[in-house]
Design a protein around this ligand. Structure first.
Ligand SMILES: NC(=O)c1ccc[n+]([C@@H]2O[C@H](COP(=O)([O-])OP(=O)(O)OC[C@H]3O[C@@H](n4cnc5c(N)ncnc54)[C@H](OP(=O)(O)O)[C@@H]3O)[C@@H](O)[C@H]2O)c1
Length: 314
């Protein structure tokens, strides 16, 4: 099976590449090798490689910068997704497209289901939603859209690494307590995605053997013909809880010498260019069913990632 990954060097693409199962013919492309805003390059690369599956892990992810750099955010997240979907259609490749919890406005108080109404409250969320809609329109059930949230990895810039740096530099920190969600270790997301790819390959093999009509291997969502899945780690926390856990684990693992006071502050005391949803916990059951992979609690995932981070810094 041939798989093409976009966004090489990003957190998710890095984990996907590391975990690629044996027997997969993989083409992982950096922005220099495949700029998804370049329609000709996208068309040429996908047409030449003829992948069975494309995993679009490329995105404009600078949430605050997107408020002023709107054109670039839309070029990558909206148009880039459209170009990829169009090329996938041409070569009959399946597309696994990654999206965000920021398509929701955060006014719910129970986990978001895949068919809950979307209403992004920042440019990043709106640009991702525009791309998701293009993917859905162009590919329908040939596409799987996975919404995730609060992604971190050993590779790349993220909240975990920022907290570790600030906790070593500062005397105290104030961290937002009134935005609640669930972190996602990119490695866990990558494992789930490879499991989906594996299942789609098995269905493909059966189809070839029996010469039967194409099957949809994962349940279809009522509001969309593409398969919509939600994936984060398990559990719930605020950014404040997340920061406290990072500090506790870092002390336990000898990654920080001493604890500093971490105070819970309201989001209003930490103004940012982009408004963020106050609640963005998503229900993971569709992805668990489709992939056969169970989510693990975010604190357990964080601890394992921090072991990996400490090992990489030795
Ligand atoms: N990070 C999060 O907290 C978060 C939360 C929810 C959803 N997601 C979604 O999860 C997916 C993976 O995110 P991530 O955390 O792995 O993001 P990431 O670390 O920012 O990686 C994104 C990658 O895309 C590349 N890229 C940017 N513009 C591109 C272009 N025009 N053509 C090709 N590649 C381009 C980036 O390259 P440069 O670094 O050189 O720009 C980077 O390597 C994305 O779809 C994102 O929207 C992420």
């Amino acid at each position: 099976m041939k798989v093409l990954i976009t966004g090489k060097g990003g957190q998710l693409a890095w984990e996907l590449e590391k975990l690629a199962p044996q027997g997969i013919q993989l083409l992982s492309c950096s922005v220099e090798e495949l700029d998804i805003t370049n329609a000709d390059q996208v068309n040429q690369t996908i047409t030449q490689f003829q992948p069975d599956v494309v995993i679009n892990a490329a995105a404009y992810t600078a949430v605050d910068k997107a408020e002023s750099d709107t054109e670039t955010a839309y070029a990558v997240n909206d148009l880039g997704s459209e170009y990829i979907a169009t090329a996938c259609k041409k070569v009959s490749a399946k597309l696994i497209h990654v999206s965000t919890d920021f398509v929701f406005d955060g006014t719910k108080t129970t986990p978001y289901q895949t068919d809950d109404p979307v209403n992004p409250i920042n440019v990043y969320g709106a640009s991702k939603l525009a791309g998701d809609r293009k993917v859905n329109t162009i590919l329908g059930e040939q596409a799987t859209i996975i919404r995730t949230a609060w992604v971190y990895s050993v590779n790349g810039n993220n909240f975990v690494k920022t907290m570790l740096r600030l906790m070593a530099e500062k005397e105290q920190l104030g961290i937002v307590y009134d935005q609640v969600g669930t972190p996602t270790w990119a490695k866990g997301l990558a494992e789930m995605i490879w499991s989906l790819v594996d299942k789609s390959g098995k269905v493909q093999d059966e189809r070839n053997k029996e010469n039967i009509e194409p099957l949809s291997e994962v349940p279809l969502n009522l509001s969309s013909s593409a398969t919509l899945l939600h994936w984060t780690d398990a559990g719930v926390c605020s950014w404040y809880d997340f920061a406290v856990a990072i500090q506790e684990l870092a002390i336990e693992k000898g990654m920080l010498d001493k604890a500093i006071p971490v105070r819970p502050i309201p989001a209003s005391a930490y103004p940012t260019p982009a408004t963020r949803p106050s609640f963005s916990v998503i229900d993971k059951s569709t992805a668990e069913q489709a992939s056969g992979v169970e989510t693990k609690h975010w604190r357990k995932q964080l601890s394992t990632m921090m072991d990996e981070l400490a090992e990489s810094e030795r």
